[in-house]
Ligand binder design. Structure first.
Ligand SMILES: Nc1ncnc2c1ncn2[C@@H]1O[C@H](COP(=O)(O)OP(=O)(O)O)[C@@H](O)[C@H]1O
Ligand SMILES: [Mg+2]
Length: 367
């Protein structure tokens, strides 16, 4: 089969060590089922002049072997860390990319906030400063302080009022649970300043954010992870969603912080009743389709998003975070193997559609 499509996955590697080996193995397996060749590479594996790429595929011993591939028809960017040289390589547009370079959390929040429809779903957010912290402590019963460039619930701090002072609960860089009680506003500010200094990642800034009361179960935060992906017809489609219930008295509900995945519909029905549950689901869908449309308008073609959606105790829906290179483990956590498989397959199906559409477009313009 000479004309099998070639799909490259841009990632980062150290030798043959990849950041998401299990996901990549599944991706390559799904590629076989779809009749395309899929390989992994890093931006240092590309010989631009020779139009060749050193690609990696699984070997029979459970490791990875490399060989030379031709120029991929489509490249999916799955590079989750900004390695030296990545951005400048990415900007050179050597390939037909399925997804554009995305921005940081603050820029995205700032941009979406400009839109009135979005605003009703967005917690108030500012760049962290002492002044902003004071203002937010005046305005909201719960306040979050978190890095603008963090992941996996790391360095996220929750501040709430308690009798005689304030309670601070968070996860540090090493994902260790941390908690303090302070009795005065000055002591609070001092403690949070220390947190911001100690938890800073690569000179990144912090954000201060309106805190949401997500304790739909007593003393446990819960939020919803929704996966929205492009499909084999090039259209956005919601693959699925699930609720993540965090550990007792935690500030975060990320699966990496010990959160457990559970079915959305039964969870919401239990909490809010069937009718309201349906409305909440419907609004989550509305939020997801609207958000990806807005994001593509600004950032260009995207492939998939994992949205962190907070549903507070009053049933209000909030967009907490948009992840442009999301995991799919929530479906495995819920025991939905088929949905997981679909979630792995979709980006490839979209990449095939993109390659074919682009081919036709080029052929038309060539005439
Ligand atoms: N404003 C907030 N109010 C309530 N909970 C929040 C808020 N911001 C974050 N969280 C909790 O912390 C988790 C991690 O925050 P998030 O912004 O998604 O950062 P990360 O990139 O580390 O996942 C969320 O999934 C949610 O459980
Ligand atoms: Mg998140």
């Amino acid at each position: 089969m000479a004309n099998r499509k070639l799909i490259g996955i841009l990632t980062w590697r150290e030798g043959t060590k990849f950041s998401e080996p299990k996901y990549f193995r599944n991706l390559i397996r799904q590629g076989k089922e779809l009749g395309v060749k899929v390989f992994l590479f890093s931006h240092r594996d590309v010989l631009v002049k020779q139009r060749r790429v050193r690609g990696y595929i699984p070997d029979k011993q459970g490791g990875w072997s490399s060989k030379w591939f031709g120029w991929p028809d489509v490249v999916i960017d799955r590079c989750r860390t900004r390695q030296p040289g990545y951005l400048s390589f990415r900007r050179q547009k050597h390939f037909l990319y399925a997804n554009s370079v995305f921005s940081n959390k603050w820029n995205i929040t700032d941009y979406l906030w400009e839109d009135e429809t979005m605003r009703k779903w967005m917690p108030r957010t500012q760049i962290y400063s002492e002044k902003a912290l004071h203002a937010y402590m005046e305005d909201f019963p719960i306040v979050y302080v978190k890095p603008g460039n963090g992941t996996g619930g790391r360095s996220v701090l929750k501040i709430s009022r308690i009798k005689g002072g304030f309670l601070l609960v968070g996860r540090n860089k090493k994902v260790q649970h941390k908690t303090w009680q302070v009795t005065s506003r000055d002591a609070l500010v001092e403690r949070v300043n220390l947190w911001v200094d100690q938890e800073q990642i690569r000179k990144g800034y912090f954000m201060v954010q309106q805190g949401l009361d997500l304790a739909l179960l007593p003393d446990r935060p819960s939020d919803t992870r929704l996966l929205i992906q492009k499909n084999q017809q090039g259209k956005w489609s919601i693959t699925g969603l699930g609720v993540r219930v965090g550990v007792l008295k935690s500030a975060t509900s990320n699966l990496h912080n010990g959160g457990k995945a559970t079915d959305f519909i039964s969870f919401m029905n239990n909490k809010f009743g069937e009718e309201r549950g349906k409305e909440i689901l419907h609004e989550c869908h509305e939020l997801a389709y609207y958000t990806v449309k807005k994001l593509e308008e600004k950032y260009g073609r995207m492939l998939e998003f994992g949205l962190d959606i907070g549903i507070d105790t009053s049933g209000h829906i909030w967009l907490i975070e948009v992840n442009p290179k999301p995991g799919r483990d929530i479906f495995l956590g819920m025991g939905k193997a088929e949905l997981y498989k679909e979630a792995v397959r979709n980006p490839l199906a979209y990449a095939i559609w993109l390659a074919e559409t682009e081919n036709k477009t080029v052929a038309r313009y060539d005439k």
